[in-house]
Design a protein around this ligand. Structure first.
Ligand code: NAP
Length: 263
């Protein structure tokens, strides 16, 4: 039997791709799409799924009316907070990709989910999740490590959240890093930003790129390069689809894909 899925933010950049990925999976059924700015418009014209026979709704009530079992949210933090509360109150499992939550919020979100579960993943690209795990596993075996992240030229923040998260996990896995030998920086920032644990992070902003990261580790006579490349939004879809299928097996709030990937 297929799982009945609804998408919050269905008219957004991620939401449209998520709706298409859900509709294409034989074990999931797309039954509702919520997005206030597309209220009342035929879903097939908004999300490009010809077989979608319902309208996009501006209200989360469309989720309960359609008997949604799993709701996927790619909206904005303030909207996602309300949508998670709605899901918790109505026993709907939530899969959340919206970014911008603080660790301090997680306890209260967890407390809300009593009769259903919630999975929030900062990164749904399975390759990126594995890259971070491999970097964390490798850290204790190397003396030096640097992270180079490459993004499109419209990204406003630096370093990327993924780069910071990678460095945090590597720093937690090892404290035995060699001192930086640099005595003179001809141009300030030449050695990159000093990230968690002092691990340098270099941010490249480049026309023609999407999202890429290299973790370079070195020790005597050898180096290891772990690289992940995202070429478009479809990279997130296997993770989103997997989360929709597995969130019902979890308990309360789960952060990240690691639990369902078993890593
Ligand atoms: P976007 O194009 O702005 O889409 C968000 C959509 O949500 C918009 O159509 C917006 O409508 C709609 N929305 C706002 N309030 C809503 C509500 N209460 N209920 C339902 N829909 C609502 O943004 P995006 O690029 O798709 O990204 C969405 C989020 O996903 C961002 O936080 C982004 O950082 C995150 N993201 C996460 C991952 C990951 O792997 N975890 C990957 C990519 C992106 P309006 O335009 O009218 O406001």
């Amino acid at each position: 039997m297929s799982i009945r899925v609804g998408v919050f933010g269905a008219g957004g950049r991620m939401g449209v791709t998520v709706c298409q990925a859900v509709a294409a999976d034989p074990n999931l059924e797309l039954v509702a799409a919520v997005d206030p700015s597309h209220d009342g418009i035929a879903a097939r014209t908004v999300i490009g799924v010809p077989e979608a026979s319902f309208d996009v709704s501006g209200s989360p009530d469309a989720m309960t009316q359609a008997g949604v079992e799993v709701a996927i949210d790619f909206t904005a933090p303030s909207a996602a907070r309300n949508n998670m509360r709605f899901c918790a109150e109505n026993g709907i499992h939530a899969v959340v990709g919206t970014s911008g939550f603080t660790e301090a919020e997680f306890d209260s979100i967890d407390a809300q989910f009593v009769s259903s579960n919630c999975l929030i993943a900062p990164n749904f690209a399975i390759g990126a999740v594995l890259m971070m795990r491999f970097a964390e596993m490798s850290a204790p075996f190397f003396e030096t490590a640097e992270i180079i992240e490459f993004h499109h030229n419209n990204k406003l923040d630096a370093p990327s959240g993924t780069a910071v998260n990678t460095a945090e996990r590597m720093a937690a896995a090892s404290v035995e890093w060699a001192a930086d030998p640099t005595e003179t920086e001809t141009y300030p920032g030449g050695r990159g930003a000093s990230g968690p644990g002092g691990i340098p992070i270099h941010s490249v902003r480049m026309v023609g790129m999407v999202a890429h990261q290299e973790v370079v580790l070195g020790t005597t006579g050898q180096s290891l390069v772990i690289r992940h490349d995202t070429t478009d939004r479809s990279s997130f879809m296997p993770g989103v689809v997997l989360a929709a299928k597995r969130v019902g097996d979890l308990r309360g709030l789960t952060i990240g894909l690691e639990t369902i990937l078993g890593i």
